[in-house]
Structure formats: C-alpha cells, structure tokens
Ligand binder design. Structure first.
Ligand SMILES: CC(=O)N[C@H]1[C@@H](OP(=O)(O)OP(=O)(O)OC[C@H]2O[C@@H](n3ccc(=O)[nH]c3=O)[C@H](O)[C@@H]2O)O[C@H](CO)[C@@H](O)[C@@H]1O[C@H](C)C(=O)N[C@@H](C)C(=O)N[C@H](CCC(=O)O)C(=O)O
Ligand SMILES: Nc1ncnc2c1ncn2[C@@H]1O[C@H](COP(=O)(O)OP(=O)(O)OP(=O)(O)O)[C@@H](O)[C@H]1O
Ligand SMILES: N[C@H](CCC[C@H](N)C(=O)O)C(=O)O
Ligand SMILES: [Mg+2]
Length: 490
C-alpha cells in the first residue's frame, strides 16, 4: 500500500525524505518483528523507547519509520507529535477501517466486562451470527482462540484483528475496553455501535490519579460513540442506571441511551428477582417486550450482567426470545464463580474478584446460601493499586468468616510487603499464609460440611507472576488435586 495513503488521516507531519511513490507491505511497533518492506513505528514505553531500536528495524528491512523526532537512518522518517496516537490512525487506514463494517460492541466498567462479553458472544451465536471477541482471557474469531497480552490490546493489534475478523465474515465484534486502553488511545479509530457501562468502583489508582480521573477515562468510550451532533440509528449507549457514575456517562454521549437497572427507573429492569443456590430467576422488562429468565448464574451482580448483555443485544436487533434462550443456557465464564466439586461436602468456588467491590459481591452471594462458614483465600497483585489492598482485606474480614490472606501475582514486589499493606488496619481475625498453595490447602482441609471456600483473585489465570517470571499455577487445579487426594484417603 502507498505510504502516503496510510498517512491520509494524519494532517500534520514532516518527512525527512520524499515518500511520494513509496510503498509499505506491513507495519509493526516491535523492532524484533520487522520484516522487509515494513513501516516501523517508534513508541516511547514504560520500559523501553522504540526510537532506540530504529537501527535494528532498518537493518531488518524497514523501508520507513514513524517517530516523534528525527533519527539518523537511511530511510524516510515521518515525524509526528505523538506516535501512539498516529499509530491508531495509520493502522486504521492500512487495514481499511474494518470496524466500519462490523457491529462493534465495547464494554467498559470496573467489574463484569469479561462476564458480559461472553454472554453477548453466546447470544449472538444463538442468533447464528459470526462473532469476534477480545478481552482479558483471549481473543476469539468465531470459535478459534488466540492469545492476548492485554484486556484491550494496542491499536495496531486491534485493527489487524478486526481486519482478520472481516476476512472471516464476522458480523459482530465484542470487546472489553479497559480504562488504560481508553486513556492511552488504544481504541482510537474504532467505530463502536454500542458502548456498555457496567459499574465504577475502586481499582487502578496506581495508574489513574483519582476516581474522577478513572471515571473520565471510562467516559471516553461514550464520547467516542458515533457522531457528536447527529443522532445515529445504529449507535447506542447501554448504561447501568443504578451506578452513581451513570449520569456523568449519559452526559458524555450525544447518542441514544438505553438504561438498565434493578433499583432505579431504568428502561430495562429486572423484577421479582429470586436469587438461589443454583442460580437466579427474574422477570426482564424491556421496551422490546418481557421475558421470564431462569439462569444458572448466581448472585445479584450476575443479574446486572445479564441486563447489560440483553440491552446491548436488543439494541443490535436480536429478538428477546433468542436472548432469553442464550441467557438461560449460559453456564458462565471460566474462573468466574467457577465451582470445583469432587464429591466433597462443602463448596469450593474459584473467582476472579480482585477489587473490594467484586470481593464483597461474591462474599455476600455466598453468605446468602452458605449453611456453615465462608472461607476466603485472597491476596492482592503487586505493581497494582496499593490503596485497594487494605480495603480488600477489610471486605474479606467483614463478609467472610475464615479469611486467609496470601499471595496473588507479586510481580516485582515483595509478597510480605503486599500482605503488610493488606492487614495494615486489622487487629486480627485472619490467617496469613504467604504460599498460595498452602493457603488453599489450609482452607480446604479445614472446611467442614456445609462450609464454602472462596479462592479469589486469579480466576482463569494459569500462572503466578513473580519477578517477571510466570510459574504454572492454577487455583482450580490446586483445589481439584487436593480434593481428589482427600477423596482417595476417605
Ligand atoms: C503500562 C502499559 O500499559 N504497558 C503496555 C505497553 O508496554 P510498555 O509501555 O511497557 O512498552 P515497552 O516494553 O516499554 O516498549 C516500548 C516500545 O519499544 C518497543 N521495543 C521494545 C524492545 C525491543 O527490543 N524492541 C522494540 O521495538 C516495543 O515494541 C514498544 O513499541 O505496551 C504493551 C504493548 O501494547 C502492553 O502490552 C503493555 O501492557 C502491560 C503488559 C500491562 O500490564 N498493562 C496493564 C497495566 C494494562 O494495560 N492493563 C489494562 C487493564 C486490565 C484490566 O481490565 O484490569 C489492559 O487493557 O490490559
Ligand atoms: N456486574 C458486576 N458487579 C460487580 N462485580 C462483578 C460483576 N460481574 C462480575 N463481578 C465480579 O468481578 C469479577 C471479575 O469479573 P469479570 O472478569 O467479568 O470483570 P472484568 O471487568 O472483565 O475484570 P478485568 O478488569 O480484570 O478485566 C468476577 O469474578 C466477580 O467476582
Ligand atoms: N486486569 C487486572 C487483573 C488483576 C488480577 C490479579 N490476579 C492481579 O494480578 O492483580 C490487572 O491487571 O490489574
Ligand atoms: Mg476482563
């Protein structure tokens, strides 16, 4: 493709050499991945500065470079003020703006994004749609699975993936949109049709300066929804009206808003909710009709997730009968309230709660049905929001009966320091067992019939990250192996 054409959406740039008839065959931001004919994009990062790798890139055959400053290389350097921002623009042009021809649904909020994205995948597939999904666990194109490094990957990865989806005749792409991604402009150039808001509670205050800053990042998804002065028929914001942030987010978009909720006067409402040990049932009242839902998903938070998914699907033209059928068939996402049962007389549940709010939600749900004590094994991730640590520990002590504090992914931090931060304001009433396997074993071997054990924080993760190294670790496997051993010894 002509380089000039790729730069179409960048109005202001300088080039160190003439680029009139220059062609590029592909583009990358990683010098190690450069192939002959590529455009190399230099990005300043947290650990490295891509500009420092320009010689390697040109050595490997890059024919042009996009950078924030002049560089001493033989090929043309296109200079832009912000190469992250420019990357989204050139990636969109290079791949032909694939999101224009996809029904693109973005989901943002502190908790529930992954859960809702899988519900949506199930709903759209039940309507025989071809789907793409991008989020925390993986990327999927129809039913093929690909690995992702981030919940919301960088703009180049995104545009390339949407292009791939387009080639594979995907109709609907569903993606989680993290606040980091919104702040960093990873979704610039994505033409969303539906933007979903789940909820806002404390997380990521290592990255965002304050909750206001965090909310502002979330609001960017709604500001990016369609045109700001024309109401478009195929655009809609789907917003949880029970959340305090709803008003600010509604104001961020000029497009139609479909609200959902339980307590407020929302357009989509769950009425006559019955939460029970095997799931939940409720009557879903919507502007598109009503449906009685019998779901296998437990807890009030999952009722919210189902309402959000229903809202996004209804506004995308899916009939309420298909939505009902898909919601009722869903068994949830792996690592989200996932039971581990090997015939024992107490419940064991692995869940991805890693914020104070999600931990409280899950513990409240367990307390409602637990006949004995609720054990909770939980830690906090290193190199992440420190201020959520004591809050999570307080929630575990308040809503759990037998809290055990342990390691999550310590990353570059000392696990003992993370635990010190967690228990800072506590006077006791907990056990502290740094080794996660031992912590899980302690809970499971001491649980009595009628108790429930919650292993929180790592959900679907199959590793524990310590000092840049990932060691195999899967909460579900650890629990299952131990339960099997206990069964054999019974
Ligand atoms: C802080 C942050 O967001 N970092 C992201 C960033 O990495 P970075 O800034 O550290 O990049 P870097 O390693 O310094 O490299 C800078 C540039 O030099 C280039 N380079 C580097 C080395 C080399 O030899 N050659 C070379 O060209 C790199 O390709 C890159 O272009 O760019 C990478 C590629 O896009 C991301 O994978 C990485 O996310 C890291 C893994 C991360 O942990 N991010 C978290 C904070 C995050 O974004 N989380 C959100 C929210 C999750 C949630 O929902 O809770 C998410 O969306 O995942
Ligand atoms: N609607 C909700 N409200 C509050 N908590 C929820 C909700 N849905 C799920 N949770 C809790 O949050 C945990 C994470 O859920 P999920 O993975 O769907 O969220 P996420 O927003 O994708 O998180 P991440 O930011 O890590 O990608 C679940 O394991 C559950 O404990
Ligand atoms: N997407 C979240 C996941 C946290 C999961 C938890 N296990 C941890 O490592 O803190 C984050 O990167 O903050
Ligand atoms: Mg997620």
């Amino acid at each position: 493709m002509r380089l000039k054409e790729v730069l179409n959406h960048i109005p202001f740039y300088q080039s160190t050499k003439a680029i009139e008839h220059m062609e590029i065959t592909d583009m990358t931001m990683d010098s190690r991945a450069v192939k002959p004919g590529d455009l190399f994009i230099c990005l300043p990062g947290e650990h490295f500065d891509g500009h420092d790798f320009v010689h390697q890139a040109v050595g490997q055959g890059a024919v042009a470079v996009l950078a924030e400053r002049e560089l001493d290389v033989s090929v043309p350097v296109i200079i832009v003020p912000d190469s992250h921002r420019a990357m989204a623009a050139v990636a969109g042009s290079f791949f032909g703006h694939p999101t224009k021809s996809l029904q693109l649904i973005g989901i943002t909020g502190t908790n529930g994004k992954t859960s809702i994205s899988y519900l949506l995948e199930e709903i759209f597939q039940a309507e025989s749609k071809r789907t793409g999904l991008i989020g925390t666990i993986q990327m999927k194109i129809n039913n093929a699975v690909y690995e992702v490094k981030n919940t919301t990957p960088d703009s180049l990865f995104l545009q390339r993936s949407f292009h791939q989806m387009q080639k594979e005749q995907v109709d609907t792409a569903i993606m989680e949109v993290s606040s980091h991604a919104l702040d960093k402009g990873r979704v610039h150039g994505c033409d969303f049709n539906v933007a979903v808001f789940t909820n806002l509670s404390q997380d990521h205050l290592d990255y965002h300066e304050s909750m206001e800053d965090y909310l502002h990042a979330k609001s960017l998804l709604f500001a990016q929804l369609g045109n700001s002065f024309v109401l478009e028929n195929d655009k809609c914001a789907v917003i949880n009206l029970d959340d305090d942030a709803a008003d600010a987010l509604i104001k961020s978009t000029a497009q139609p808003v479909l609200t959902y909720g339980i307590h407020s006067n929302a357009a989509i409402k769950a009425k006559d909710i019955h939460l029970h040990e095997k799931g939940s049932s409720f009557n879903m009242v919507t502007p598109y009709g009503e449906a009685a839902i019998e779901s296998k998903l437990m807890g009030k938070f999952n009722v919210y997730n189902m309402l959000a998914a229903a809202g996004a699907a209804l506004t995308s033209g899916i009939p309420i009968t298909t939505i009902k059928q898909a919601l009722e068939n869903s068994t949830g996402v792996r690592g989200r309230f996932e039971p581990v049962m090997e015939g024992q007389q107490y419940g064991v549940v692995v869940d991805y709660a890693h914020t104070p709010d999600s931990l409280r939600n899950v513990l409240v749900t367990m307390q409602e049905f637990c006949r004995g004590n609720v054990w909770v094994v939980v830690g906090c991730g290193g190199d992440r929001d420190r201020t959520k640590r004591p809050l999570m520990a307080e929630v575990a002590v308040k809503y759990g009966d037998r809290p055990i504090f342990t390691s999550d992914n310590p990353r570059s931090e000392d696990p003992e320091q993370i635990l010190d931060d967690m228990v800072e304001h506590l006077d006791g009433g907990y056990q502290r067992i740094t080794n996660r396997k031992e912590a899980i074993e302690t809970a499971i071997t001491n649980a009595e019939p009628g108790d429930m054990v919650l292993i929180a924080g790592k959900g679907h993760e199959t590793y524990q990250e310590v000092n840049g190294q990932r060691f195999d670790f899967d909460d579900r496997e650890v629990a299952r192996e131990l339960l099997t051993r206990l069964k054999e010894n019974r």
